[in-house]
Design a protein around this ligand. Structure first.
Ligand code: FEO
Length: 169
């Protein structure tokens, strides 16, 4: 049976992963309607990954005797000045997700819930990859600057950046 504090922390994490999925989805729509087809593919795929992160947590909560809460997700920003703003937002968001996961891990230690602590290690590793990928993409965007040719290549190649450094869900 899940300790109440752990169930609460996990449900907060479920809500955040649901918000992540939604945020990536709105970014994907922006990218697709702004001519960045590669970035759109990347973001649609990432939105799906975040949904899987949410579901994995929900199934765990239910299996452990808790009740997963289906989150209500608010609409995020639907327009961006450019790719730099999109990926800066992603890095900021993923940093927030990491803090939240650390909070869950901390709650597990306090409640001596080593099963959930063990389960959460997958998320800890995933966040290292996600933050790393966002930083890597921002580095590449900084190199591209406002060069349209470089941005074209960035958009064409972004899916390979994901394969280089990210194991998916
Ligand atoms: Fe599932 Fe990007 O955090």
């Amino acid at each position: 049976m899940l300790h109440e504090s752990i169930a609460q922390a996990l449900n907060q994490q479920i809500a955040l992963e649901g918000q992540s999925s939604h945020t990536y989805l709105t970014m994907a729509v922006w990218a697709e309607t702004s001519g960045f087809d590669g970035v759109a593919e990347f973001l649609y795929a990432h939105s799906e990954e975040e949904r899987q992160h949410m579901l994995k947590l929900m199934r765990f909560v239910n299996e452990r005797g808790g009740v997963a809460e289906v989150p209500t997700v608010e609409a995020g920003p639907t327009s961006y000045e450019g790719l730099k703003e999109v990926f800066e937002s992603i890095l900021a968001h993923e940093t927030k997700v990491t803090e939240s996961i650390n909070h869950v891990v901390d709650a597990c230690l306090q409640a001596k819930d080593y099963t959930t602590h063990n389960f959460m290690q997958w998320y800890v590793s995933e966040q290292i990859e996600e933050e790393g990928l966002a930083r890597k993409i921002l580095d590449k965007l900084a190199l591209a600057g406002n060069d349209q040719g470089a941005l074209y290549l960035f958009d064409r190649d972004i899916l390979s950046f994901d394969q280089e450094g990210h194991s998916g869900n």
